[in-house]
Design a protein around this ligand. Structure first.
Ligand SMILES: C[S@@+](CC[C@H](N)C(=O)[O-])C[C@H]1O[C@@H](n2cnc3c(N)ncnc32)[C@H](O)[C@@H]1O
Length: 245
């Protein structure tokens, strides 16, 4: 992107370093490390630095499932231990289970459990906004959740409110998104289960093919035929038939 767009300035720094010294812009999209510590620190720094200037319009992604109420970490070592939730490395997430599963949407370092204090992007945004009565939060639960925070004293505050109010925590949006992630996770679970079943079938096919070409089965078939008066318990023909596509 940096190569293709010389008009953009790429800052190669974690947000918590960059936000301390960059000139604050008019608007900031916060969509980096999806956890309570990082997001609340990002907000704290921007709010502190805006004490004598207008607060930028703050836009958030991932205030819905799965990160709204559950931390995930890109680099757990960067998060102070007392602010980090217990992690299930490579855990799978599904919206119907607050724990982790083997089969859901996989994340490298997700929190082992969803919910509770100090957990998740939306929880962080709500916690910070609760401590600043001049701030407003709007949540549009579309595509993993979009959020916006602004200072109600900003000259453009009413224009932003007029735009977002009709969608803020709209129950139809919430229902549609809940339905979407339910289907998404169900598809992922089915794919994992199907892949697992196909791998098992491939192993079985391989074993049966080896058995078919082995003298073991030929011998067993012959012995079986002798003992059962002409009909073997398992014949090479039986094995051949189950190997047919
Ligand atoms: C979910 S992606 C979103 C990227 C972009 N907003 C987009 O929609 O394509 C998060 C990105 O933030 C980066 N990231 C993670 N933690 C960060 C942090 N503390 N500061 C800056 N970037 C971070 C990750 O490496 C990843 O590229």
């Amino acid at each position: 992107l940096a190569r293709e767009r010389p008009d953009l300035e790429l800052v190669r720094e974690p947000s918590l370093d960059a936000l301390r010294h960059l000139e604050l812009p008019d608007a900031i999209v916060i969509d980096g490390d999806h956890n309570h510590y990082t997001v609340s620190e990002e907000l704290r720094i921007v709010i502190e630095r805006s004490a004598s200037a207008p607060l930028p319009l703050l836009l958030f992604h991932d205030v819905g499932w799965p990160h709204g109420r559950r931390d995930a970490y890109y680099s757990p070592a960067l998060i102070p231990e007392d602010r980090r939730r217990p992690i299930t490395e490579g855990g799978g997430l599904v919206p119907w289970d607050p724990g982790t599963t083997e089969e859901g949407l996989r994340y490298k370092y997700p929190a082992s459990r969803e919910g509770g204090p100090g957990n998740g992007v939306l929880t962080a945004v709500e916690d910070v906004v609760a401590g600043h009565p001049q701030l407003r939060l709007a949540v549009v639960q579309a595509f993993f959740g979009f959020g916006a925070v602004w200072d109600t004293r900003a000259p453009w505050a009413d224009a932003v409110a007029a735009l977002l109010d009709p969608w803020d925590r709209d129950p139809v949006f919430e229902r549609l998104e809940a339905d979407r992630v339910l289907h998404l996770a169900t598809q992922v679970v089915h794919k994992v289960q199907t892949d697992r079943a196909l791998a098992r079938i491939a192993r079985q096919d391989e074993l049966l093919s080896r058995l078919l070409g082995s003298r073991t089965l030929a011998l067993a078939e012959r012995i079986g035929r002798l003992r059962r008066g002409g009909r073997a318990e398992v014949s090479r023909e039986d094995v051949r038939r189950v190997l047919e596509p």
